[in-house]
Design a binder for this molecule. Structure first.
Ligand SMILES: Cc1cc2nc3c(=O)[nH]c(=O)nc-3n(C[C@H](O)[C@H](O)[C@H](O)COP(=O)(O)OP(=O)(O)OC[C@H]3O[C@@H](n4cnc5c(N)ncnc54)[C@H](O)[C@@H]3O)c2cc1C
Length: 400
């Protein structure tokens, strides 16, 4: 049986970041990186941005060049799904029944796209958009398509609707909330963004849900709960991601909204770690446990998990940020940006740019969204860490 000091399951961003963390402390220990996709780790954000409507090519999105892996003594195995972890024997098994022994194991398996549980939700040609393969398939069909239906009003749906519109497609978007990104944008901001989308010709079927999808003569037809029928050459679904916890079915893994880890990113199974989209972890600055599906978190958690696998024992105290671009509205956000909290908008340019604070009942800053305000993530992090109570009127100009 092949035997490695470090085994990383999941060839995504957290996985490759772990290699860097391991190599900071251990320059020689053997590393095995195994992933289901046929590509070396790549960045997903460009799939709905720079690749779709910018100048990037597929070659630009890889996290590292292929030579990085051999230079760092990494044994890669692509297109291989791991189906079992035996944490007592310290053995993982792939779909062909081949076993690999590990000293330390990282589960960096990310998430699975949620599927529509409606008639036609599994129709051939529908996109549950997450992988480079999805982008490639979409890219092939873009030129031949003139209309698209996007299902989901979160990040992926909002970004894809914008990207497809920029590709001159006639875009409709269906989602159950009243506004786009309603979970994170205060209504005042959602309204502005939605008006911008509408002014560009995007049609909204908001406060609605798809009930059935059919395909006739190559065109899709989505029937909604409100009784609308939308037609398009493409249907792209972005309704969220479930953490990939399949490998935790056997063994003593604690799983709750993700693979539970402690501050060192250790799971409840000895010498097994988890990081990235699949990890449910203690967010020190917020004194709460969360799971985060964002790029910067995958980078920092993956790297720290790697360092800790190599003996560092450092807690994860970082406050990750996430970002998005919706036409001219670009933003970065940190902490808990959720509209169930009280929100206060400090506009710098009315309805174009400003700082949005997300406050607990007592007035502690839980999250900050920087809309068109750049270079201020450090200030936002400091405010979140201060854990002081603020009155809304005192926040004006706090981040300038
Ligand atoms: C279209 C799109 C746009 C995005 N845009 C942004 C953005 O603008 N800003 C932002 O902050 N975040 C964005 N994200 C989210 C960000 O890309 C993710 O948070 C990040 O990729 C998570 O990295 P990860 O390594 O944890 O998981 P993943 O990237 O999902 O990698 C996990 C890998 O593990 C593999 N795997 C899973 N199970 C197994 C198994 N059993 N055996 C072998 N391999 C397995 C998977 O195939 C996958 O390759 C976007 C995501 C998508 C899909």
């Amino acid at each position: 049986m092949e035997d490695y000091e470090y085994v990383i399951v999941g060839g995504g961003l957290a996985g490759v970041s772990a290699v860097k963390g391991i190599r900071e402390r251990d320059t020689t220990g053997s590393i095995f990186l195994v992933g289901e996709e046929k590509y070396y780790p790549y960045h997903r954000p460009p799939l709905s941005k720079e690749l779709l409507f910018g100048d990037d090519t597929v070659a630009d999105i890889f996290v590292e060049e292929e030579s990085f892996y051999s230079d760092h003594g990494v044994q890669n195995k692509l297109e291989t799904r791991i189906t079992d972890v035996d944490s007592d024997q310290k053995v993982i098994t792939d779909e062909k029944g081949v076993n690999f022994h590990y000293g330390k194991l990282l589960l960096a398996t990310g998430g699975h796209t949620k599927k529509l549980d409606i008639p036609g939700g599994d129709l051939e040609g529908l996109y549950y958009y997450r992988y480079l393969e999805d982008y490639k398939r979409l890219d092939e069909r873009l030129e031949k398509s003139s209309s698209a239906i996007v299902i989901g009003g979160g990040f992926i749906g909002s970004e894809l609707a914008a990207g497809l519109n920029l590709n001159n497609l006639d875009v409709s978007i269906i989602f159950p909330e009243k506004y786009l990104l309603q979970r994170i944008f205060p209504t005042e901001l959602s309204e502005v963004v939605q008006e911008d989308y509408e002014s560009r010709g995007i049609k909204f079927a908001n406060e609605d849900l798809p009930e059935k999808i059919n395909k006739h003569n190559g065109k899709y037809e989505v029937t909604t709960k409100q009784g609308n029928t939308l037609r398009g050459d493409l249907v792209i679904v972005g309704i969220g991601v479930s953490p990939a916890v399949d490998l935790c079915e056997h063994g003593d893994f604690d799983v709750f909204e993700g693979i539970e880890v402690n501050e060192y990113l250790e799971t409840s199974c000895h010498e097994v770690y988890a990081a990235g989209d699949n990890a449910y972890f203690p967010f020190a600055a917020l004194e709460d446990c969360v799971r985060i599906e964002h790029w910067d978190n995958a980078i920092h958690q993956g790297k720290l998990a790697g360092k800790n696998m190599a003996g560092a024992k450092e807690p994860y105290n970082y406050i990750p940020y996430f970002y998005s671009d919706l036409f001219d509205f670009g933003f970065e956000a940190l902490g808990e940006v959720d509209t169930h909290l009280n929100t206060f908008i400090d506009w710098q340019q009315e309805k174009r740019s400003g700082v949005i604070y997300y406050l607990s009942e007592e007035g502690k800053i839980r999250g900050v969204l920087l809309l068109g305000v750049w270079g201020k993530k450090g200030e936002a992090r400091k405010l979140i860490r201060r854990k002081e109570c603020f009155r809304e009127e005192d926040l004006s100009g706090t981040i300038g």
